[in-house]
Write a protein that binds this ligand. Sequence first.
Ligand code: SF4
Length: 326
Amino acid sequence: MENSFPWGHSRPFNSYNEYFKRTFGGRVQKLSIDAGFTCPNRDGSKGTGGCTYCNNDAFNPSYCTPQKSIRQQIEEGKQFHAWRYRRAMKYLAYFQAYSNTHAPLNILKEKYQEALSDPDIIGLVIGTRPDCINEEKLEYIASLAKENYIIIEYGIESVYDRSLEKINRGHSWDEAKKAIQMTAAFGIRSGAHFIFGLSGESRQEMMEMSTLINELKLDTIKFHQLQIIRNTPMAKEYQIYPEQFEFFNEEEYIRFISEFTSYLNSDIVIERFSGEAPPPFVIAPDWGRIRADEILRKIENYMIGNHLWQGKYVSRPSVNDNKTAF
Ligand code: SF4
């Protein structure tokens, strides 16, 4: 079903898989790496408690540990994925754990170069915070982006400062906007992560986030329904004040995110519609053992059934106009 939607794509949203096929001409696998970085919200430079929802153990694959070299993690990552995909393939090193630009430039150079020295690694995905980047680091990353696929993924979570304060992010929406603007000015791709369902945000306010997100020069985006993860400050909060949390149930979320997507600029590639923490880590809400790919299928069906597509209600022109060619 080619070009079956008015906006010219074969799916009702700008899909990450298709973006990868367009960009690389085939399948490329991301390999998670824990390079031993910490985070300013944990090491005392900004705070010590971390974001209230954060438990990195819930997301780190078992082969990722900073005690192993980056090369070793890459090797083990390849083997981890080899049973599913038997063809030889190319990989992106995904610097995932904590804040992967939170170190002096010489350390960043060492770690990024170690990953890029593997002949099967064709680029980097660098997860970080908006307050862990500056012109010096961006200049260096831009130099890598001339010959490699590079994207910086920023955890942003909300456009509302009162929510960012409540979840103890330690940065403002304005700082997030500036980091993405600066990244785009250096010609580097950027991605962002947002959470829907933070306590104190109405559904209408969440829906309205699309307007501000559309103003960012973002390439990719990940969405996540709020989940309370074990061993986090939010888990304690939930135990004491459960009435302050209003979770999406699965059907509500599918409806919400489908409608939200129709207000989202169609240039932005959607990497994820929902989070998928391992069930033993999740305290609430209870969506059973449903996997993110099943939710994705339901969202797609909902959008098709309701004649929705990404950008349906957006009239503004395209914003991504100055990114690196590769
Ligand atoms: S979510 Fe990211 S920024 Fe927040 S505490 Fe965890 S690692 Fe640090």
